[in-house]
Design a protein around this ligand. Structure first.
Ligand code: HEC
Ligand code: HEC
Length: 409
């Protein structure tokens, strides 16, 4: 298992660091490191964090297995074709050569739930962690849980659509979390209707807290180094705050989260499987940089003109300032500054701050749709919406140029 993790290249940042650490022989972080490069401790922490991000459930099987009974429905009704159709991804690098060949040649049956169980046994389904045991001489899925990678990783489709190398930190905007939860035999019809209303790429991380229903788009978990205002509403000053929130209150991990501003205090179980993992998890996420835009994906000349609009007539830079394109470290904004507002219910009002953070824009090319509710389908829509709502008086050419600039970042 360790071998397969080390074989898996990290698509984004710190590839060299991880290679060094993996090549170092594994045993307790000794060896490797060396005088050049980041401190060995930090490199080891990042490797540990990647393992947690991809494979750790924090004991949330208590929720996904004992309560939602997802292991039953996966074993009987979720063939790989179904799993891929609801946006789950398969890590091609976890597939042994014979399985990969079988999938290519069609001898592996992608319409059988048994194949899904086999893929879970290989740790090949991104964000799902299964325990497969032999029951009556047959492989049976006895436990299943989810990891951070479920929503915040995708794959590069290099093997086939939905099957490829992991892209950690990239939001899975194909993933229909609501449709997945609605498969549970433990969810009643009324709740199913709510989950099925979300659609792909969205999730409501507050529904089970306040009972209101309005999902937000799954955001990237990359490009957050140096930003001390986490989530759309800037609820936390570091990633670990929100990681604990999600691990405990959303995934069902064993541990505690409390937030006086929301009058919220949740404890699952009697042991804490979350706290000790937060430093490594945070270190890994901070090592994930926003992916740069492919050169062929935008018009460079238009982007250069758009940069002038961004800093000038568009007034974008008043909020999206600095190298990270956000004033998040000093300012949060009233709901009215979000182009998705007014909305009912207001997402800001459901949060701890009741405000919005101006979104960091690095990597924006990669994750349409935009704004927390996904109401702008493209960056052209974003630019046009600002022009209208803020009465900027931009020409169609300036709007188009501004969109090209956003695409280039
Ligand atoms: C079921 C889907 C889902 C899972 C699983 C999930 N997240 Fe998220 N994550 C979201 C959504 C939706 C948001 C947006 C919430 C908000 O900003 O209010 C979010 C926000 C975040 C943010 C804030 C990003 C920013 O721009 O400030 C971070 C960091 C993050 N998640 C990390 C994690 C980690 C680490 C885990 C595992 C412990 C995890 N998430 C598990 C859906 C998920
Ligand atoms: C008054 C502050 C302010 C100004 C001025 C401003 N923005 Fe924003 N921007 C925000 C806030 C706040 C958000 C988050 C809104 C949300 O998610 O609902 C945001 C979100 C965005 C997003 C969505 C990013 C994502 O990941 O979904 C883009 C793109 C964007 N702004 C571009 C621009 C452009 C281009 C301009 C100039 C025309 C501009 N902004 C002007 C505050 C501002």
């Amino acid at each position: 298992m360790i071998t397969s993790r080390c074989r898996t290249p990290v698509a984004l940042a710190a590839a060299a660091v991880l290679t060094v650490a993996c090549g170092g022989g594994g045993g307790g972080g000794g060896g490797g490191g060396g005088a050049s490069g980041p401190p060995a401790d930090q490199a080891a922490l990042i490797v540990e964090g990647r393992k947690i991000f991809r494979f750790d459930t924090f004991g949330d099987e208590a929720h996904w297995t004992d309560t939602l009974r997802m292991h039953e429905v996966i074993s009987t009704a979720v063939a790989p074709v179904t799993a891929l159709a609801i946006g789950l991804k398969v890590d091609a690098e976890a597939l042994p050569a014979a399985v990969a060949k079988g999938i290519k040649e069609g001898s592996v049956d992608l319409t059988s739930p048994d194949t899904t169980v086999a893929l879970l046994k290989l740790d090949a389904v991104v964000g799902l962690k299964g325990t497969v045991q032999t029951v009556n001489g047959r492989d049976a899925l006895t436990r299943v849980g989810v990891t951070c990678a479920l929503c915040h990783s995708t794959v590069d489709n290099s093997f086939a659509p939905g099957i490829g190398k992991r892209l950690d930190g990239w939001p899975n905007r194909d993933l229909n979390v609501g449709a997945i939860i609605a498969l549970s035999p433990a969810v009643d019809a009324a709740k199913k209707a709510v989950y099925l209303s979300w659609g792909k790429g969205k999730y409501d991380p507050r529904l089970n807290i306040d009972g209101l229903n309005k999902p937000v788009v799954i955001p990237p978990a990359y490009g957050l180094e140096g930003i001390h205002s986490i989530t759309f509403t800037g609820d936390g000053t570091d990633i670990a705050y929100w990681n604990r929130y999600v691990a405990v209150t959303q995934m069902g991990g064993r541990g505690s989260f409390s937030e006086p501003r929301l009058n919220l205090s949740v404890t699952n179980g009697t042991e804490d499987l979350v706290t000790s993992k937060l430093p490594a998890l945070q270190a890994y996420q901070l090592s994930l940089q926003a992916p740069s835009a492919p050169a062929s994906s935008f018009d460079a000349a238009a982007a250069a003109r758009g940069k002038v609009v961004f800093g000038g007539a568009g007034k974008c830079v008043t909020c999206h300032s600095g190298a990270l394109f956000t004033d998040a470290n000093t300012t949060l904004h009233l709901p009215i500054d979000s182009m998705a507002e007014p909305e009912t219910p207001s997402y800001a009002f459901r949060s701890a701050t009741k405000m919005y953070r101006s979104s960091p824009l690095k990597g924006a090319w990669q994750h349409p749709p935009y704004f927390h509710d996904g109401s702008a389908a493209t960056l052209e829509d974003v630019a046009a919406t600002y022009n209208t709502r803020r009465s900027l008086g931009l020409t169609p050419q300036e709007i188009a140029d501004l969109a090209q600039y956003l695409k280039s970042q």
